[in-house]
Design a protein around this ligand. Structure first.
Ligand code: FAD
Ligand code: NA7
Length: 443
């Protein structure tokens, strides 16, 4: 029997499991599947942990999430088309849920899929090697410290790419007298109450972590950008400065010659794609972008079509895109989709690569990723949903952020699955300090 190995039981791995279990439920014979997950639970990034650096088994901590994280995009743009939020929670809920609510939703669908028995938790994949038509996979059972080798016909890599921090060097930073950390290790804004915080970076982590520090009581927050400022209308006590040029004890100097004293520096400088278990000829090498080099349709390794990656792109869309990728991957493995020859695949990849290189703004990026999902879902039996609506909603959300960075989460969007407008949350995000699932779902 054909054997499939899925590495990782985060949202992408769970999408792959869901795709196969859906086929199984339709009476289609599916391969023998094993999913290896190094954590003791499913959910990937959504498994918040207080730990930093190494976990209880001495493995690198995977999750970069922090205590008071709320969804930074409308949940309607990530809604599973085969499992709506309304179906899961029994009612329509507001558009920007906190972390625990989204985790509950992801896990809810996974539980319905009857796939838990296919997952080996506390198993870390150490090595994947090409072997005959398939792969020899070396896995460590972390608790028993036992190393197992198993042959698989197909491998799906779903290990995420927001866990290994990109940590640049800045002149004199070793003399800084306060705390220096990367966003990966940020767990709670509470430790920065009353402090002057420098946040380096100008993307999602910077925006959200900096704003959160202010919300929970930091005295001031300064953002330092390399390429361009975020230019939002920030609350009092928040400013943006060009890149830092040097650090001297607690004083930081910036490119415009300004300087300021800080208590903490948080490096929100992004993450590195890292696949230490893959040899060079199977390893995706990329930065955080929309087109993944070497991957046909963003999922099939062009040099060996028995190897797939899910969730490796920069993400406007998340769960919906992982589903589209998973359904496509499944249909290639089930031979429902016949791949074109390598030259044709390469031409197609070039087209997407070139299109990305010409994108001028966020609005074009949204359309690009929506078209990518559309291309994956052509001919797929993934339940249809209103993808055009999500494009409009992403664009409206971008505009709302420009209007109010502290208020955009107070808006509501329409579900592309149920076509219902979501309710407005009972408390404005800027005033909502209690983000427990119980409080969120009240009202
Ligand atoms: P992950 O969630 O990273 O899961 C990968 C899994 O692979 C993990 O369980 C890991 O333990 C496992 N694994 C890794 N290596 C191995 C190995 N060698 N062997 C076995 N198992 C392995 N998305 C949104 O939609 N909305 C948000 O608001 C949002 N906020 C975010 C905030 C932060 C701080 C971060 C970092 C990400 C955020 N994201 C958000 C994006 C998030 O990455 C995706 O939602 C999603 O978690 C990606 O799923 P994934 O399965 O691809 O990767
Ligand atoms: P991103 O979106 O990859 O952004 C990384 C940011 O870090 C970006 O602004 C970069 O600047 C900046 N960066 C990278 N290297 C440097 C150096 N050397 N100096 C200064 N600034 C640097 O990562 P995020 O963590 O924000 O977001 C990733 C995910 O986590 C996302 O899905 C969120 O939802 C959570 P640039 O603008 O390129 O000049």
């Amino acid at each position: 029997m054909t054997k499939v190995c899925i590495i990782g039981a985060g949202p992408s791995g769970l999408s792959a499991l869901r795709a196969f279990s859906t086929a199984r439920d339709q009476g289609i014979r599916i391969p023998d599947i094993t999913c290896f997950e190094k954590q003791n639970n499913w959910g990937g990034q959504w498994n918040f942990t207080w730990r930093t650096s190494l976990d209880e088994n001495g493995e690198p901590v995977h999750s970069s999430m922090y205590r008071h994280l709320w969804s930074n995009g409308p949940k309607e743009c990530l809604e599973f088309s085969d499992y709506s939020f309304e179906e899961h929670f029994g009612k329509s809920i507001p558009s920007f849920p906190p972390r625990s609510v989204l985790r509950n939703y992801i896990v809810g669908r996974a539980e319905m899929s009857n796939v838990k028995e296919l997952i080996k938790f506390n198993h870390s994949v150490r090595l994947v090697e090409e072997d005959k038509e398939g792969f020899m996979v070396t896995v460590e059972d972390i608790h028993k410290k036992r190393v197992i080798k198993e042959y698989f016909d197909y491998v799906i890599v779903a290990t995420g790419h927001f866990s290994v921090p990109n940590v640049p060097e800045f002149e004199g930073i070793e003399t800084f007298t306060g705390r220096v950390m990367h966003a990966h290790d940020f767990r709670s804004a509470d430790e920065f109450i009353g402090k002057d915080v420098l946040v380096v970076g100008a993307s999602y982590s910077a925006e959200d972590i900096g704003l959160q520090c202010k919300k929970y009581g930091a005295k001031t927050v300064s953002f330092s950008f390399r390429t361009a400022p975020m230019d939002f209308i920030w609350p009092n006590g928040v400013d943006e400065r060009p890149l830092l040029t040097s650090v001297n004890k607690n004083s930081v100097t910036f490119r415009d010659g300004s300087h300021k004293n800080f208590d903490a520096i948080i490096l929100c400088t992004g993450y590195l794609h890292s696949f230490p278990f893959l040899p060079e000829d199977l390893r995706l090498v990329t930065n955080n972008r929309l087109f993944s080099p070497g991957l046909y349709k963003g999922v099939v390794w062009n040099d060996n079509t028995h190897l797939f990656y899910i969730g490796m792109q920069d993400q406007w869309y998340t769960f919906t895109m992982f589903d589209a990728e998973a359904w496509y991957t499944r249909d290639v493995i089930l031979e429902k989709i016949k791949l074109p020859v390598k030259d044709e695949r390469t031409v197609d990849m070039k087209k997407w690569d070139e299109r990305e290189n010409k994108l001028e703004d966020a609005y074009e990026m949204i359309d690009y990723q929506a078209d990518y999902i559309r291309a994956l879902l052509e001919g797929s039996d993934y339940p249809s949903f209103n993808l055009e609506l999500t494009q409009k909603e992403f664009k409206a959300w971008k505009k709302e952020k420009e209007k109010s960075i502290v208020g955009y989460r107070d808006k509501s969007y329409c579900s592309p699955v149920t076509n219902k407008q979501s309710p407005i949350h009972h408390t404005k995000w800027w005033e909502a300090m209690d983000d427990t699932i119980e409080t969120y779902l009240k009202g």
